[in-house]
Ligand binder design. Sequence first.
Ligand code: ADP
Ligand code: MG
Length: 240
Amino acid sequence: MTPRLELKSVTRRFDGQPVVDGIDLTLRAGEVACLLGPSGCGKSTTLRLAAGVDSPDGGEVLIDGEVVADGRRNLPPEHRSIGLMFQDFALFPHLDVARNVAFGLSGGKAEQMARVTELLGKVGLAGYEGKFPHQLSGGEQQRVALARALAPRPAIMLMDEPFSGLDKRLRDGIRDETLDILREEGTAVLLVTHEPDEAMRMADKIALMRNGRIVQVGNPYSVYTKPVDKEAAAFFSDIN
Ligand code: ADP
Ligand code: MG
């Protein structure tokens, strides 16, 4: 089956320094893949290249088998069938919840509102249509951001440390709920995190990243039990 998303030898340099240094990564339909690595290793830059908000210096990005970036052309994010979620939820402060969630939707008003209602139900915020972002807790804002990202039914969800701004108490529950919803919607997920336990908890596949490169790929169990080297073992050693 053609992968949903594929990065082939993707590179990105800043000031001559490779920050993403020949990344190969495959994301299949229905899969949850985690890009895991320490701060500064190039995870966010990789995700931005996948999203199309930045363009690679070399290599190719493919979506459903089609080249969307190859160093010459770069298909913009709005044409990639992707949803994006970041640590800062960046809801539009002047729009109510319904209009935030409906923001990326086309079609008739009634159809849009039906999707908004459906998604607010899914994220546990039924009846929140008329509230404004400042009236919501951090966890609630994150749920609205999830609903907004899912509204246009993206085939791929790209998430950059979406839970790290949340209270630790809330985090586990929201992680699990988010995964359930993404699986229900059939969305393939590429999740960036620097926390091994988050990757272990959420991923079907972990790609371990270091200094702009992927040093190991495998399911959580194999990456945890058979680390590629001492540095990888040390990185996982915090998990209990
Ligand atoms: P991570 O998400 O893994 O913490 P990033 O992808 O954000 O890492 O950054 C990797 C490296 O690239 C860092 O050293 C960062 O300072 C550098 N970098 C990221 N974006 C830019 C940019 N626009 N210009 C210059 N350097 C950048
Ligand atoms: Mg980052």
